[in-house]
Design a protein around this ligand. Structure first.
Ligand code: AMP
Ligand code: GLY
Length: 422
């Protein structure tokens, strides 16, 4: 790897901002480019108005970009990595073939079954009568999922068999999720708690990151509709060393082996969405990228040179990773109508940044040098400290100092881990 690097980050959310912010701590990082970036990434590097993968690869070539990092799943499933690699460019992320682990739930479930990795009992089908029969054989709540990518919205948790059958019928007709729902996965409901497990992989080997927990529901106490995630923290005390070991040996290692065996070795970050049921780890889903807002709390916990870690993984020569003995808590501030609709742009006023806290900007634009909330998840306030409680307090102290019209956020991020400790 060269002494001074130019790095291109694909995406424009809080996750990509967090990666950029962390890379700015690496002494060897020279220029950062974001495509498309957001109103705040401009302060970390340069935003590019390029979408086409060939144009991005050309930009990387012409501007001595040593490493490209892909934030979101869509460009991965559409093959951005294959295009860059074909041109000899280093890029952190899986090929389109490996990204199918996230791009198709039917593929993912079949992969899990074939490799004897624990997951909810399921049927994947496009035939309503077969699906109805399977639903009749399940006990309790039923989960119905569209096969393809639906920006986190294609999962229905049905309280009755009739509701589940109707959800499946609506998906199959193309009414609810278009093409993505023309095949569905129906599965048993798993009752437990969720964790987000991340492994940086070079196709053959992996290193794990601290275990994080996301908060997907909009409201305190895990009530209200599902969102992209309203806050996260790491490391989570809900994952002890024994559980981590089991996830590594029973899930991550067989996943990498299975992907190698089918000719689609997994390079990049493997994000395993886990449900822990009576101490047993089940795979709910794979994602083929960092989680958002998990990434915002993981970045400050990584010690050493991040660009080197990601570069080495991208070129198949994984290096070790050292972690800071710290906790991080991230609280998402979202716009007024999130997740239902768009909101009017609103000026963000920052009253001060408390010690141990920082902002990761997401849904923001820039107007006359000022940062405006432009909708959705606007920013993530991250607290980093020696204890989870201190980290939580720093993140919430920052929330108090940030004002924009219609801002909403959860007051209970990390409650499951702090429950017994307050
Ligand atoms: P997925 O996109 O598959 O992760 O599903 C989105 C969310 O739905 C998950 O984060 C869980 O909260 C929930 N979910 C998905 N599958 C199940 C299941 N089998 N049992 C219980 N909850 C589930
Ligand atoms: N926070 C969950 C996700 O990024 O999918």
């Amino acid at each position: 790897m060269e002494a001074s690097l130019n790095i291109l980050i694909i995406g424009g959310g809080g996750r990509e901002y967090a990666i950029g912010l962390r890379l700015r701590e690496d002494k060897n990082v020279l220029n950062l480019y974001f495509a498309p970036g957001n109103g705040a990434t401009k302060a970390l590097g340069k935003n590019l108005d390029l979408k086409d993968f060939d144009e991005l690869a050309l930009f990387a070539k012409n501007n001595d970009v040593a490493l490209t990092i892909v934030g979101a799943e869509e460009p991965l499933t559409k093959g951005i990595v294959d295009i860059f690699k074909a041109q000899g460019l280093a890029i952190f992320g899986p090929s389109a073939a490996a990204a199918k682990l996230e791009g198709s739930k039917a593929y993912m479930k079949d992969f899990l079954a074939r490799n004897h990795i624990k997951t909810a009992k399921f049927l994947s089908s496009d035939d309503l009568s077969e699906i109805s029969k399977f639903i009749d054989g399940l006990n309790g709540r039923v989960v119905v999922k569209a096969d393809g990518l639906c920006a986190g919205k294609g999962v229905i948790i049905a309280n009755s068999k009739d509701e589940a059958k109707k959800a499946a019928a609506d998906m199959l007709s193309g009414e609810s999720f278009g093409e993505a729902g023309k095949r569905v996965v129906v599965e048993e409901f798993l009752d437990g708690y969720e964790l987000s497990f991340f492994a940086i992989c070079d196709g053959e080997n992996f290193v794990s990151l601290p275990v994080a927990q996301d908060h997907k529901k909009l409201l305190d106490g895990d009530l209200g509709p599902n969102t992209g995630g309203m806050g996260a923290y790491a490391p989570s005390s809900l994952a002890d060393a024994a559980l981590i070991k089991r996830v590594q040996s029973e899930i991550v290692a067989p996943t990498l082996k299975g992907m190698q065996q089918q000719g689609a070795p997994f390079c990049g970050v493997l994000f395993v969405g886990l449900m822990i049921v009576s101490g047993e780890p089940y795979v709910l889903e794979y994602n083929v990228r960092f989680g958002d807002p998990e990434c915002e709390v993981l970045m400050p916990l990584i010690d050493g040179n991040l660009s080197e870690i990601l570069y080495n993984a991208a070129v198949g020569k994984l290096s070790s990773i050292s972690l800071k003995e710290r906790f991080a808590v991230g609280v998402v501030m979202a716009s007024e109508r999130y997740p239902y609709g768009s909101s009017k742009p609103a000026l963000i006023e920052v009253g001060g940044i408390p010690a141990g806290a920082h902002i990761c900007y997401a849904g923001v634009s820039e107007r006359d040098g000022q940062i405006c909330a432009s909708g959705g998840r606007v920013l993530v306030n991250v607290g980093v400290a020696q204890s989870l409680k201190q980290a939580r307090d720093a993140a919430y102290a920052l929330c108090e100092n940030i004002k924009f019209s219609g801002a909403q956020y959860r007051r209970d991020i990390a409650y499951q881990a702090l429950r017994d400790k307050i």
